[in-house]
Design a protein. Structure first.
Length: 433
């Protein structure tokens, strides 16, 4: 009896490949009857699962681009000359396909194209899952990488080619908008007017060791909070308590470390009054601080969770060289590692529609360069260098949609994690004297 039961146990078949055969045939039928459907919408080859349909699509496109007589017989003749007629299913297959739909109007083609796009999304997602499966079984897979592929796949839209008139129209609409563009700044007026960080963009702040990278990131976090934005800080260099402490120091205008020597019960003490007011203010802000995550996969998952819960408009990662990317093998160079991390930060900004700010160290070259990877600058939309010598300067090295090369004189007040314009600070000092 056991033997009989064993004979009935069959292995589970693999899931069928997602496709829409009827829509593939209908779409090809429309294209065979009306080549102008190619102009009305885009038809990438991977919309079609069957190679024979891809062969026919290439023939239709070749004839249309060459402005040759566009009819069924022209397609058959071209495939016959190329020796691909049999691969396309033969003459009878072309005849059958041309009669699937009674007409080849673009509306019908677009309707079936929608089904093809859905099938392609599922094929892409399934391929990514199967590719990652083996690594997952060994607990070595790139979870964040798979999540990114699935997010990008889910976001695939039925994008159609916009004509020049449509592009100009959209640009005009953007220019006529009266409401100000949402930007994430620093509180340094002239800098904020020159270099405007927006959603979907990546800013890298670079400085030498102890040159003010974290100070600028904390300043941007506080500025965003006071503007009503939701801020997520991922610190790999200092614990969460220290991050919050630096923010409070900036809010109070003094290093809160001095409170160790103050009688906390003295409610009339000026420092205690300011500290109490600052903590009350900060408690009402939408701030998330995480300092226990060091791997990109963890950070990526946490950011996606925060965005899904509407808890992040701007994401700050301090700093890129300290993030570990488990997905890369031991054979990868440090430069490749940092390059891939920066690329993923940029991708995160685009697909989650958040602003992302990170920091990078500068080397000791003259002029200084981004340490370990020039690709940091390539992938970033904005790059700022902070330098020190006879005074301190912030230089806008890259500004995707604005002027670059501008140098802004600044003063770094490390005790309260704050930069101020140098002229302004010197005026303050003179007035105190």
């Amino acid at each position: 009896m056991n033997a009989m039961i064993e004979q009935k146990i069959l292995p589970m078949p693999k899931a069928a490949v997602p496709l829409s055969e009827s829509s593939e045939r209908a779409a090809i039928s429309c294209l065979l009857q009306n080549f102008t459907c190619l102009d009305a919408m885009s038809w990438p080859e991977d919309l079609f699962f069957y190679e024979k349909h891809r062969i026919i699509l290439r023939a239709i496109r070749e004839l249309h681009e060459a402005r040759v007589s566009t009819d069924f017989f022209a397609v058959q003749s071209l495939l016959d000359r190329q020796g691909l007629l049999d691969d396309a299913g033969g003459a009878q297959e072309l005849i059958d396909l041309s009669t699937v739909m009674p007409t080849g109007d673009p509306g019908t083609a677009a309707w079936h194209r929608g089904y093809l796009m859905d099938a392609r999304r599922y094929r892409t997602a399934l391929s990514a899952v199967r590719k990652a499966e083996e690594g997952f079984l060994r607990q070595e897979g790139d979870i964040a990488g798979l999540a990114q592929v699935l997010t990008e796949t889910a976001a695939m839209q039925d994008t159609q080619r916009a004509g020049l008139k449509d592009i100009i129209k959209n640009l005009t609409i953007e220019m006529e908008k009266t409401e100000p563009t949402e930007c994430f700044g620093t509180g340094l007026g002239e800098l904020d007017r020159t270099a405007q960080l927006k959603r979907g963009e990546l800013l890298t702040v670079a400085a030498p060791t102890s040159g003010g990278k974290s100070i600028m990131l904390i300043q941007m976090a506080l500025h965003a909070l006071r503007a009503g934005k939701r801020v997520a800080v991922f610190s790999l260099e200092m614990p969460a308590t220290q991050v919050v402490g630096r923010i409070l120091s900036a809010m109070c205008g003094f290093n809160i470390g001095v409170l160790k020597y103050v009688n906390r019960a003295d409610t009339k003490n000026e420092h205690m009054i300011k500290f109490t007011a600052a903590t009350t203010e900060l408690a009402h802000y939408a701030l998330e601080v995480e300092s226990t995550l060091t791997e990109w996969e963890q950070i990526d998952g946490a950011v996606r969770e925060l965005v899904a819960k509407d808890k992040a408009d701007i994401v700050i990662v301090d700093y890129v060289q300290l993030v570990h990317l488990r997905a890369l093998g031991s054979n990868e160079t440090r430069e490749q590692h940092v390059s891939e991390l920066t690329k993923r930060l940029k991708s995160l900004a685009i697909h989650l529609n958040v602003a992302v700010v990170t920091a990078s160290q500068l080397n000791d070259d003259n002029p200084p360069k981004l340490r370990e990877s020039r690709a940091i600058g390539h992938h970033s939309d904005h790059v700022w260098f902070i330098g020190h010598g006879e005074g301190s300067w912030l230089t806008v090295v890259k500004n995707r949609e604005g002027e670059r090369g501008g140098a802004f004189p600044i003063l770094m007040h490390g005790a309260i994690s704050q930069f101020v314009p140098r002229d302004e600070r010197e005026t303050q000092t003179t007035n105190k004297k």
